[in-house]
Design a protein around this ligand. Structure first.
Ligand code: SAM
Length: 261
């Protein structure tokens, strides 16, 4: 596919470096015979790898101009179903044609990274693992361990639902056209049981408020939610001067529980 035809508005930076395709292939091979789901197959470079290893591949692609390339793949392999439309608008039930839990592989367009991850997480009963190529900075944030500077509200949301691992970095030069930033390949393994007892929606307002003003200490930022954040923080055993990135998921849970007292 010529560089001229690729559409910036759809985040079309195609992975065309065989070295990195092979590195991803090593992970695909671990799931031989499984049903796989791809978001944004593009001209099918990764789709071919999935078809060579998976039982069946469902994919969703927004750009109908990529139909010819994907139809020729379907003719060759048959075990491929591509829905043309917006991955964020079509319910997963309509995209996934096979029973059971899928393995997701996707080189996600930058402009919808967070939305796609949120929607995978919220439908995790259909997915066992998701292997995603995303901007390096987003990858570092999403996979940040507790206490890491890179962490943000999304790190805690994803941690609640999945084990997270940044597997390797992919330089920008591996894509056509070359984007402005480097990428990374990450794995989310969806949990059957969350790591804390409190449902996430109860602690989410605290996490979001704390990170909205991440430079402020918690005793200041949490004034937006609580009359007396200092007492709550002390009861939770936390320093009133701590900043959100130094907290763990369990710490946020403690703040929520102490706010009920
Ligand atoms: N999988 C190919 C690869 O690895 O080279 C292409 C990856 S490219 C970064 C992102 C792909 O997602 C493009 O093919 C683009 O058209 C598609 N895309 C963008 N927005 C989408 C959306 N909302 N729903 C489904 N596909 C989308």
């Amino acid at each position: 596919m010529s560089e001229m035809k690729l559409k910036k508005k759809y985040g079309q930076n195609f992975l065309n470096d065989g070295f990195y395709v092979d590195k991803i292939r090593d992970f695909v091979k671990l799931y031989k015979g499984r049903n796989m789901f791809e978001i944004g197959p593009g001209s099918g470079a990764l789709t071919r790898v999935l078809l060579e290893n998976g039982e069946y591949v469902d994919a969703v692609e927004i750009d109908e101009e990529l139909k010819p390339a994907l139809i020729s793949l379907k003719k060759k392999f048959n075990r491929l179903n591509v829905t043309f439309g917006d991955a964020l608008k079509i319910p997963f039930d309509r995209l996934l044609t096979q029973p059971g839990r899928y393995i997701v592989f996707a080189n996600i367009p930058y402009y919808i990274t967070t939305e796609i991850i949120e929607s995978l997480v919220l439908n995790k009963e259909r997915f066992e693992q998701a292997f995603l190529t995303i901007q390096q900075e987003a990858a570092e944030r999403i996979c940040a361990p507790a206490g890491a500077r890179a962490s943000g509200a999304i790190s805690f949301f994803v941690e609640y639902h999945a084990w997270r691992k940044l597997l390797f970095k992919i330089p920008r030069t591996a894509f056509t056209p070359v984007p402005k930033v480097d990428s990374a390949f990450i794995c989310l393994s969806f949990r059957d049981r969350p790591p804390i007892e409190t449902p996430y929606h109860k602690i989410e307002p605290i996490v979001k408020t704390a990170f909205k003003q991440r430079r402020k200490t918690l005793k200041n930022s949490l004034k937006e939610l609580f009359k007396d954040p200092e007492t709550i923080l002390k009861k939770a055993g936390l320093s009133v001067n701590s900043r959100p990135e130094s907290l763990s998921l369990r710490d946020f849970e403690k703040i929520f529980l102490m706010s009920l007292e």
